[in-house]
Design a protein around this ligand. Sequence first.
Ligand code: CA
Length: 184
Amino acid sequence: MNHRKIISMLVYLISMATIFMPCYAVAGFGKNLLLNPGFEQGTAGHAATSGIQHWEVVRENVDVVGTYWQQINGKKSIDLAGTPGSGAIQQTFSTIPGRRYEVNFFIAGNPSCDNPNKQMRYSAAGQSKGIGTNTKGKSLRNMGWKKITWNFTANSSLTTLKFESVGPNRSCGMALDNVSVFLR
Ligand SMILES: [Ca+2]
């Protein structure tokens, strides 16, 4: 291989690297930005105001539910209505202002008590959405977990994703598990 060929090959390799590298150099690409996304770290228990690793309980309390109901992923999930309480939890992570992020999570409703209509609101970067589910026909062994997808645009280098119980329920509320945030 002569010098010219080596140089043209190097130019080609560098230009390819320049084309593809930005996709991978951006922080968080292809990786869930949340820690303890399925609430597995920490102990199951009622009226939790702390102890759910990497998550902060920011209003009243939530329940960390174990074998009590059918899980969608792992061994624990959250009841946003605590014992008793209208709970809210959040986690903060690094983001790139102006970029879109995809949020995925699973919801169900605690069918044991309270109004069968379970409601919550979720928010990030000043954008928010309300959601409801109904526990009619559901049971603790047939929770009817469903996946929710949402997108937000970051407006800061740090973003807080928050889930809060909404409505009158203070003991049996929205069940939440398996949360992920991906850079789009
Ligand atoms: Ca879980």
